[in-house]
Design a protein around this ligand. Structure first.
Ligand code: COA
Length: 173
């Protein structure tokens, strides 16, 4: 299976915040944003592995700046690293005010998607070739983030999380 560059999965998605997307403060609802981010991540992972993909997990998501009614939501998604059957997708989100011509960072997050075969079993995915400095840094950090999310999900024993132990300089004794 031939590895693909990270940039081949690059996805841009734009949505206009309409009244039905907002909370009582007139800002975009967090749940609606997570839904759009999920779709952007599904497109990016699908571009990478050319197979149907399923959301396995979403890492912690904090909303820095609310996106206002009438503004545009700009989402960028890219696969950072592929493992066996799973892929980590990095997403960045901006709000864009076209009337006053400025944009502002809203949030970023990591989603994990798993590729599925026709029987809905996890299937192997191609590796990722990181080319730019940013892609290389995201690729390097992906193993540590994977171990953290698998430990938190109860799918990996903390003592097996070698990257995390090295990061926090935990002695194995
Ligand atoms: C995601 C899912 C397909 C994984 O299936 P599974 O039977 O747990 O399969 P495995 O244990 O073999 O794991 C398959 C891959 O998923 C990854 N994975 C499983 N749970 C994970 C989690 N909570 N976070 C991140 N990755 C996870 C594993 O690390 C593995 O990756 P790898 O092959 O690259 O090493 C399965 O849990 C599922 O279908 N979940 C429901 C997903 C869903 O309904 N999503 C829509 C949102 S509601």
């Amino acid at each position: 299976m031939q590895a693909k560059t990270a940039s081949e999965s690059f996805t841009i998605m734009n949505e206009l915040v309409l009244p039905n997307d907002t909370n009582v403060f007139g800002n975009l609802m967090g749940g609606r944003l997570m839904y759009w981010m999920d779709i952007a991540a599904a497109i990016a992972s699908g571009k990478h592995c050319n197979a149907p993909c399923m959301t396995a997990s979403v890492d912690n998501l904090s909303f820095k700046t609310p996106i206002k009614l009438g503004n545009t939501v700009h989402i960028e998604a890219k696969v950072t690293r592929a493992f066996n059957t799973s892929m980590e997708i990095h997403l960045k989100v901006w709000g864009e005010d076209h009337l006053h011509q400025y944009s502002y960072e809203s949030n970023e997050a990591y989603y994990t998607f798993v590729a599925l075969d026709p029987n809905s079993n996890p299937r192997k995915v191609p590796g990722v070739i990181a080319e730019t400095e940013e892609e290389k840094a995201l690729y390097e950090g992906a193993l540590r983030r994977r171990q953290l999310r698998l430990v938190l999900a109860g799918k990996m024993k903390p003592e097996d999380a070698t990257e995390l132990r090295a990061f926090f300089a935990i002695d194995s004794k």
